[in-house]
Ligand binder design. Structure first.
Ligand code: F6P
Length: 327
């Protein structure tokens, strides 16, 4: 055990994700079990700069494992991007005698932690929390499974009405730069096609799929579009498709922030608990400036620099399978 670690701080940052509360609970309880004092930082890096830290005891994290959002709140901090902001944050951590931090968030969170760790000697451990699942070094990120289930539930309802009216629906799911939510949702609902940011598929390909579907008398269809898809969002694609066909009755649904909330699935609760537990154990074993992830059911540590720079791409086999099963 690294002897000098007695007090740690935990915070959530960037977009919230269902399961973040379960991860905070696991951090607080694993730390308490190992006689560490834990402080919760409110509103991510903004709260760190403002010195908004509160002591968290074991009972403070009771009855939160099933709750979406993050009770510590979150923010995308502009101040922490500046050297002055980070200096103020460091001074605040020192004022509370914080020896190490656990950051729960996505690539923006770890980019901040990476820069901070080069300037100041406070070890950080990252826990991947983002519905996008776009972090290298872990098979799953906190919130992804819940977000996909939310999207699937929504699209199942849309299918009913799409079927009743013989309509072509374009459903937009989240994923600014990544297509994991779109691909998994698309496979789960039997989408006619899935459009993701990682793929350079031209519009003609979608037109071709729709034309063939029409020939086969495919009466209704749901196309899943990731928000960051290169051809545009669901509305833009629907407009382009409408220019090609005069017989499709098209509709657009943007699921939006529904995907960010709700009670975490059992998969997310277990994942969050394992990552929170693993993050404290990592600190106790002297790890620093790494993201804790799970790859092939085994805990793995990835340096922040690698977690934020290496690209995690959707599985090519899944993309191919989704296409074949959509015929
Ligand atoms: O990174 C998670 C995410 O939900 C993305 O999928 C989405 O593009 C973005 O956050 C939305 O961010 P905000 O809630 O700040 O608008």
């Amino acid at each position: 055990m690294a002897k000098d670690i007695k007090r740690i701080a935990v915070f959530t940052s960037g977009g919230d994700a269902p399961g973040m509360n379960a991860a905070i609970r696991a951090v607080v309880r694993t730390a308490a079990y190992n006689d560490l004092h834990v402080y919760g930082i409110k509103r991510g890096y903004d709260g760190m700069v403002a010195g908004d830290l509160t002591r968290l005891e074991v009972r403070d994290v009771g009855n939160i494992i099933h709750r979406g959002g993050t009770f510590l709140k979150t923010a995308r901090s502009e101040e922490f991007r500046t050297p002055e902001g980070r200096k103020t944050a460091y001074e605040a951590l020192q004022a509370f005698d914080i020896d190490a931090c656990i950051a729960i968030g996505g690539d923006g969170t770890f980019t901040g932690a990476n820069v901070f760790s080069q300037e100041y000697d406070i070890p950080f451990i990252g826990i991947p929390g983002t519905i996008d699942n776009d972090l290298y070094g872990t098979d799953l990120t906190i919130g992804f499974d819940t977000a996909v289930n939310t999207a699937v539930d929504a699209v199942d309802k849309i299918r009913d009405t799409a079927d009743s009216h013989n309509r072509l629906f374009f459903v937009e799911v989240m994923g600014r730069n990544s297509g994991f939510i779109a691909l998994n949702t698309g496979i789960s609902i039997g989408a006619g096609s899935v459009l993701i940011p990682e793929s350079e598929e031209p519009l003609e390909r979608l037109i071709d799929i729709l034309r063939k579907g029409a020939k086969r008398k495919k009466l209704f269809s749901v196309i899943i579009v990731a928000e960051g898809n290169k051809l545009g969002g669901a509305q833009s694609i629907a407009d382009l498709v409408n220019e090609e066909f005069d017989f499709y009755d098209t509709k657009v649904t943007i699921i939006g922030h529904l995907q960010r909330g709700g009670s975490p699935t059992a998969i997310d609760r277990v994942l969050s608990s394992r990552l929170g537990f693993g993050a404290v154990e990592a600190l106790l074993h002297g790890q620093k400036n790494v993201m804790v992830g799970i790859v092939n059911d085994t805990i793995r540590y990835t340096p922040f620099s690698e977690a934020i720079s290496a690209e995690k791409l959707p599985n090519e086999d899944l993309i191919r399978m989704a296409e074949i099963l959509a015929i």
